[in-house]
Design a protein around this ligand. Structure first.
Ligand code: GTP
Length: 600
C-alpha cells in the first residue's frame, strides 16, 4: 500500500507540512495527530500498527504533548526535547517501530477550539505539578536520616588466661531499646590474666594501659565522659579469690586505680559469678542473632574458657523447680525465658589440662608419658608449677622431684581415657546429671559454642558438625599421632604453647561434649562453632553491658509502622498516582484528538 495515504476520519483541520521523517514499512501506518497551539512546528508520530499503540501509551503521549505545548512560550521546550519526551513515553508502552512527523499547525484556528489553551487549565496543571513535586520534596527532605550519632560502652573481660577490651557502639537516639549494639573494636591485653599478678598487683593495672589508650582513640573525645567502662573478672579471679582473697582485693585495687585515670565513666570492677558468665554469654549470642527481639527459638551457649566452662540453654523440661540454683529467669522484649545455666570451675581448657596431667603424674615420677601430646614432644616441667592451682593443689604427689620430663606419645584413645578421669559420673541426686553430680535437663538445641571451643576446632579444621562424630574422632586420632616435628613444620606461625596443646584440647572438647554434657552423634550436629556473630565476638561481655545499661527492655518497644525508605516510597507513589488521577479528571477538557488513520 502506498505511503502517506490518510485513513479514517479527521475531526480537525490540520496542516501537515515542513518535515516528514518516515520509516517505510510494509504495513499500514496510522498517524495520530494532536494539534496544539504552540506556534511552532509540532510533533506527531505514526505507528505501524493500529493496535500496537495501546490506550495508555496514547493517553500518556498525547497528554505529554498537550502539557508541553500548553506551557507559556517562555517555558516551552525545544521541539526535539518535546519529541523525545513524548516519544519515550510512547515507546515505553509500545514495542513497534515509530515514524515521526513534524506538523505545523494553524495557531489561530486551533486557539478557538482547544480548551487546554484556557489560562485556568494551564494554571491548574502547573499548580498541580508544582504541588506534587513540593509534596514529594518535603517528604524526602523531612524524613532524610540525620547524620548518625553514636554512644559507646567499654567492657574489659579479665579472664584467667588474658584480658580483652571490647568497645561497643550504638545509635545515640536509640540507646533505650531499638538500636542494635555492635562491637566497634577489641584489644587483646599483652601478658597473662590479671589473676597472675597476685604477687605484683600494680603490674595488673599497668598491663591494661595500652588497650585503654587505644580505647581513647576509638571513642570520640566528646563522648569519653559519658562512655561507661566496666571490668568483669571471671574464673581466674574466682580461683584467686578462693585461694587468697586479700591478694585478689589488691589486684582489684590496682586495676581500679589504673582505670580511673582514663576519662571514661568508670562503673567498677567485679568478679562475675559463674552463673552470670553463663547467662550473659547466652544473652549475647541470642541478642546478636536477633532471636530475642523476634521471639524466636533461642540458641544455647557453650563457652569454654581457660579456667571455667559454661553451658546455658532453655529446655522445655526445665522450669527451675529441680536444682533452682541453675535457673536464671529473664523477661526480654515481652518474652519470658527460664534459662538453665551452669559454670564448671576448673573445667576450662587450661585447668582441665592441669587436672589431666595431675592424674597422669600422680606417681610423682621424673618422667611423665602423655598420650595427649604428640610423639616426639619433650619438655622439662616443674611439679610446683603444675600443681599451683586450687583445681589440683590438693593432689600434689608427696616426695616428687622438682621437675619432670614431659614426653608425648600421641594416642587419642589413651588421651580420651585420661581426660575422662577428670569427670565424676558416679553420683547424681537429680533426675539426670551432666557430671560431678550437677543437674542438667534434657539437651535442647541449637547451640553456639565459642571461645576455646572455636579456637581449637577451627585450628583442627573440625568446625563442620555435619561431619559424623566418628569421623571427627578419627581425624583427631590421626592428628594426635602426628610427630611433633611435623606439626611444628606445618604450622610455623602458631604459638608453640597453643600448638602443643591442640591434641589435648580437641580430645577434651569432644569428651566434655559427649561424655560430660551427653551430646549424642545426632545432637552433636546441633552445635555450631562460632567466633563472631555479625562482627561481634561471642562471649559474656556484650550481654553484661546490655544488662547494666538496661538496653534490652522487658517489653517489646513500639516501632514505627514503616521504615524511612518505605515511607518515602509510599508518599512518592501516592503523589504520582494523584498526578495521574488529576490528569484523568481533566478528561472533559481534553481536546478531542483527531485520530486520523493514515496510510503512511
Ligand atoms: N588457640 C588459641 N587459643 C586461644 C586464643 N585466645 C585464647 N586462647 C585460649 O583459649 C582459652 C580460653 O580463652 P578465653 O576465652 O580468653 O578464656 P579466659 O577468659 O581467659 O578464661 P576464663 O576466665 O575461664 O573465662 C584459654 O586457654 C586461652 O589460652 C587463640 O587465639 N588461639
Amino acid at each position: 500500500m502506498p505511503n502517506s495515504v490518510l485513513k479514517g476520519r479527521s475531526t480537525r483541520k490540520t496542516h501537515t507540512q515542513t518535515q516528514t521523517h518516515k520509516h517505510t514499512h510494509k504495513h499500514d501506518s496510522i498517524i495520530t495527530v494532536c494539534p496544539v497551539m504552540t506556534g511552532k512546528p509540532l510533533l506527531s508520530f505514526s505507528h505501524h500498527s493500529a493496535t500496537s499503540l495501546g490506550p495508555l501509551s496514547r493517553l500518556l503521549s498525547t497528554s505529554t504533548l498537550f502539557f508541553l505545548s500548553s506551557l507559556p512560550h517562555s517555558l516551552s521546550l525545544s521541539p526535539s526535547f518535546s519529541l523525545s519526551l513524548s516519544l519515550s513515553l510512547s515507546l515505553c508502552f509500545s514495542r513497534s517501530p515509530v515514524s515521526v512527523k513534524f506538523i505545523e499547525v494553524d495557531n489561530r484556528e486551533m486557539k478557538e477550539k482547544n480548551p487546554w489553551q484556557t489560562p485556568v487549565t494551564i494554571i491548574i496543571t502547573v499548580i498541580g505539578v508544582i504541588a506534587i513535586v513540593a509534596l514529594v520534596t518535603v517528604a524526602v527532605l523531612q524524613n532524610k536520616p540525620l547524620p548518625q550519632k553514636y554512644k559507646y560502652g567499654i567492657v574489659l573481660d579479665a579472664g584467667s588466661s588474658h584480658t580483652a577490651l571490647y568497645i561497643y557502639e550504638w545509635p545515640a537516639e536509640k540507646d533505650n531499646n531499638t538500636g542494635r549494639v555492635e562491637q566497634k573494636h577489641s584489644c587483646k591485653v599483652k601478658g597473662p590474666g590479671i589473676s597472675s599478678y597476685a604477687s605484683a598487683p600494680v603490674k595488673a593495672g599497668e598491663s591494661l594501659r595500652v588497650c585503654m589508650e587505644e580505647a581513647k582513640q576509638w571513642v570520640p573525645g566528646k563522648r569519653h565522659h559519658q562512655t561507661p567502662l566496666y571490668l568483669g573478672a571471671t574464673a581466674g579471679m574466682r580461683l584467686l579469690n578462693m585461694e587468697n582473697s586479700s591478694a585478689s582485693d589488691k589486684v582489684f585495687q590496682a586495676v581500679e586505680g589504673a582505670l580511673q585515670k582514663f576519662p571514661f565513666s568508670y562503673q567498677g570492677a567485679r568478679i562475675l559469678s559463674g552463673q552470670d558468665e553463663g547467662a550473659f554469654g547466652w544473652v549475647t549470642v541470642n541478642y546478636l542473632d536477633e532471636r530475642l527481639k523476634q521471639g524466636l527459638e533461642t540458641r544455647g551457649a557453650l563457652d569454654l574458657g581457660g579456667a571455667s566452662t559454661q553451658i546455658s540453654f532453655v529446655s522445655d523440661n526445665y522450669d527451675g523447680s529441680e536444682s533452682p540454683s541453675n535457673s536464671v529467669t529473664f523477661r526480654l522484649y515481652g518474652n519470658d525465658y527460664n534459662l538453665y545455666t551452669h559454670s564448671f570451675l576448673c573445667y576450662g581448657k587450661d585447668q582441665a589440662l592441669r587436672m589431666t596431667q595431675a592424674h597422669q603424674s600422680q606417681a610423682g615420677l621424673a618422667t611423665v608419658l602423655d598420650p595427649c601430646f604428640h610423639p616426639g614432644y619433650t619438655a622439662t616441667k616443674n611439679y610446683s608449677v603444675l600443681y599451683d592451682s586450687p583445681c589440683v593443689s590438693d593432689r600434689k604427689p608427696k616426695g616428687a622431684p622438682d621437675t619432670f620430663t614431659h614426653i608425648g606419645i600421641g594416642d587419642f584413645l589413651q588421651c580420651q581415657a585420661a581426660v575422662k578421669s577428670v569427670f565424676n559420673f558416679t553420683s547424681c541426686k537429680y533426675s539426670r546429671c551432666s557430671f560431678n553430680g550437677v543437674f542438667q535437663p534434657l539437651l535442647q538445641g541449637p547451640y553456639g559454642a565459642f571461645s576455646a571451643y572455636y579456637f581449637v576446632m577451627n585450628f583442627l579444621n573440625l568446625t563442620d558438625t555435619s561431619v559424623p562424630l566418628e569421623d571427627v574422632k578419627e581425624k583427631l586420632k590421626r592428628y594426635c599421632a602426628t610427630n611433633w616435628d611435623q606439626i611444628t613444620q606445618q604450622h610455623p606461625g602458631v604459638k608453640l604453647k597453643y600448638l602443643a596443646e591442640y591434641c589435648f584440647s580437641g580430645t577434651y572438647i569432644l569428651t566434655l561434649l559427649t561424655e560430660g554434657y551427653n551430646f549424642t552423634s545426632e545432637s552433636y550436629s546441633d552445635i555450631k562453632f562460632i567466633e563472631k556473630i555479625k562482627g561481634s565476638d561471642a562471649g559474656w561481655t556484650l550481654g553484661y553491658m546490655l544488662n547494666l545499661t538496661n538496653m534490652i527492655p522487658a517489653e517489646a518497644p513500639d516501632t514505627p509502622p514503616l521504615p524511612h525508605v518505605g515511607y518515602v516510597s509510599i508518599v512518592s507513589v501516592i503523589a504520582v498516582l494523584l498526578f495521574i488521577l488529576f490528569i484523568v479528571s481533566l478528561r472533559p477538557l481534553w481536546p478531542r484528538c483527531s485520530k486520523q488513520p493514515q496510510i503512511v
